[in-house]
Design a protein around this ligand. Structure first.
Ligand code: ATP
Ligand code: MG
Length: 558
């Protein structure tokens, strides 16, 4: 029998196979990947798939992964996004070491390469307006028309391009285009724009430039400059690949990276486009980019998701080449599985109902030992305080119980977790007939929760002592949308917002020990779900808890 001494290898995928082959055949000695966010928004769970893939491949093959900001469009980019992206990648558990790059660091080299193409008669300055260019471009079924400026001389093009750089022309007056093929069946090859004029300062290089390279002209060359071996992007770039290769074929680049495409993550019950996430924030539908209902990494983090659970999720969904949808339940299950193992247990009553144990001496208190994790004695224990007046969950009492209700009902016995067996003897009601207080008697011989005579007690409920508990705000988060595909077919996703995506319970009661929790705390409130301390709104002695997930999936069978 063999004994596994190493952790099992990550599940294979087509990219691993390609890399293994490239290493086997000696095509590459080392694997170099990159994660190339545009700093025009915050990262979301889809980006996590790309981060885990790129950094994961580099880690597993002993290579390296660069973090490169694809900052070619200063109009939409901001330093705030750059910082937040770095923080999110680090939080996910990845490290780019010294390999932090900006496409804008290559602007001078890219400019020189643009002049090189002009010198080869492979690029020209065009004066057509954006609208004219669109008309000249043709369609999928009709070839395009060549621009009247296409055959300018090398000298004239060089002069005009240098004057573009020098700031002589206003935005939109001219562009630099590659001279490829206006009849190509691939529209990306119909003389794509390489540079446009934009008199806008840049978040990383300031006002050094007033012309900026297009994404397509920057990306592959940046890969080549950095010695990227496998440039992995999502499927919508498949049509750009011939252009990616055209640049590498026609420029004196120092290396030959190759582009590979994989299917992006689509997650049900969420929207992921930056524009829509932006709208949710600016319309006040959510409280910010880090609202715990957002699919952003900042939101998931504040919600209480662990980086481990997100990495496990990305591993589980795998990497393929066909577009598909992943059920939100898989993400939720990943955090449950992680926290089920690690989260200490605690008692919390969300909607308190007062219970008075009439035969328990007033003023007396007892401490009961409670395990922090039922299956993990190494996680230790704590004490919970018992007294004559307690709170239980309103839902755990029912005066006229349906069949199969094994919680507290008049006349029946129920176990108070860790403490005693009690029997409800009477109730107090308000003028509307609602139960405001329940009276019980306890069995002093059942200390710890088992009957001395061995009689079976079916139900166990949780509780806290009225005067030894802490009042706290608990936010019960749920999915932001009620429909699995809120933006399908261009629908207005706002009509599917879940009106119950957050319920704020302002006077929950927690076991007293939780008054002193601080920092990155995640707990299982027994019978309720997993909760974390809200990092923004908690104050010493007055914690605010966020529900990360319920104990079980409550959506799938709906
Ligand atoms: P846009 O380009 O519209 O601004 P984007 O989501 O593509 O938005 P980028 O910052 O360009 O944003 O993305 C960085 C990297 O993350 C890219 O390589 C992109 O392919 C990848 N990525 C983005 N969204 C997803 C997704 N849903 N699933 C997997 N990878 C994604
Ligand atoms: Mg993109």
């Amino acid at each position: 029998m063999s004994i596994e001494t190493t952790t099992p290898a990550a599940p294979s995928n087509f990219l691993r196979t390609i890399i293994e082959d490239d290493l086997d055949t000696g095509k590459h000695q080392n694997v170099v990947t990159r994660f190339p966010p545009e700093p025009n928004g915050y990262l979301h769970i889809g980006h996590a798939k790309s981060i885990c893939l790129n950094f994961g491949l580099a880690r597993d093959f002993g290579g390296r992964c660069h973090l490169r900001f694809d900052d070619t469009n200063p109009v939409k980019e901001e330093v705030e996004y750059i910082e937040s992206i770095k923080e999110s990648v680090r939080w996910l558990g990845f490290d780019w070491g010294e390999h932090l790059y900006y496409a804008s660091d290559y602007f001078e080299q890219l400019y020189q390469w643009a002049e090189y193409l002009i010198g080869q008669s492979k690029a020209y300055v065009d004066d057509l307006s954006a609208d004219e260019m669109r008309t000249y471009r043709g369609t999928l079924t009709e070839p395009g028309t060549e621009s009247p400026f296409r055959n300018r001389s090398v000298a004239e093009n060089l002069d005009l391009f240098r004057r573009m750089r020098a700031g002589e022309f206003p935005d939109g007056a001219k562009v630099l285009r590659a001279k490829i093929d206006m009849a190509s069946p691939n529209l990306n090859l119909r003389d794509p724009v390489l540079y446009r004029i934009s008199h806008v300062p840049h978040p990383h290089v300031g006002d050094a430039w007033c012309i900026y390279p297009m994404y397509d002209f920057a990306h592959g060359q940046s890969d080549a400059i950095e010695g990227i071996t496998h440039s992995i992007c999502t499927l919508e770039f498949e049509d750009h690949k011939p252009l990616y290769e055209w640049f590498l074929d026609n420029l004196p680049v120092p290396a030959r990276p190759r582009q590979y495409e994989f299917a992006r993550l689509n997650l049900t019950y969420a929207v992921m486009s930056k524009r829509k996430l932006h709208e949710l924030v600016t319309s006040g539908t959510v409280s910010g980019w880090d609202d715990p209902r957002m699919p952003t990494l900042m939101g998931l983090r504040r919600r209480g998701y662990t980086p481990e659970s997100i990495r496990a999720f990305c591993e589980r969904i795998g990497v393929g080449r066909s577009d598909s949808w992943i059920d939100m339940a898989i993400l939720e299950e990943a955090v449950r599985e992680d926290l089920n193992e690690r989260a200490p247990r605690a008692l919390a009553v969300l909607r308190p109902l007062k219970v008075v144990i009439d035969n328990y001496p007033a003023g007396e208190v007892e401490e009961f030992e409670a395990a922090n994790h039922p299956q993990k004695p190494e996680m230790g224990s704590r004490t919970v305080t018992f007294s004559r007046e307690l709170f239980i969950e309103q839902d755990d009492f029912c005066e006229q119980p349906p069949k199969g209700f094994f919680r507290m009902t008049p006349g029946a016995e129920v176990r108070l977790r860790y403490a005693y067996i009690v029997r409800c003897t009477s109730v107090v009601k308000d003028e509307n007939g609602a139960v405001t207080e329940v009276h019980c008697e306890y069995d002093p011989a059942s200390r710890g929760g088992s009957a001395a005579d061995g009689r079976k007690i079916k139900g166990t409920i949780h509780w806290v002592s009225a005067s030894h508990s802490l009042e706290a705000e608990v936010r019960l988060f749920d999915r932001l949308f009620t429909d699995p595909n809120p933006d399908r077919g261009g629908a207005d996703y706002k009509q599917f917002l879940n009106p119950q995506s957050v319920e704020v319970v302002s006077s929950a009661r927690l076991e007293a020990g939780l008054a002193s929790v601080d920092g990155d705390v995640r707990l299982q409130f027994e019978r309720q779900g997993y909760f974390c301390l809200d990092c923004k709104d908690s104050r010493p002695g007055s914690p605010v808890f966020n529900r990360i997930a319920t104990l079980k999936d409550t959506w799938t069978k709906k």
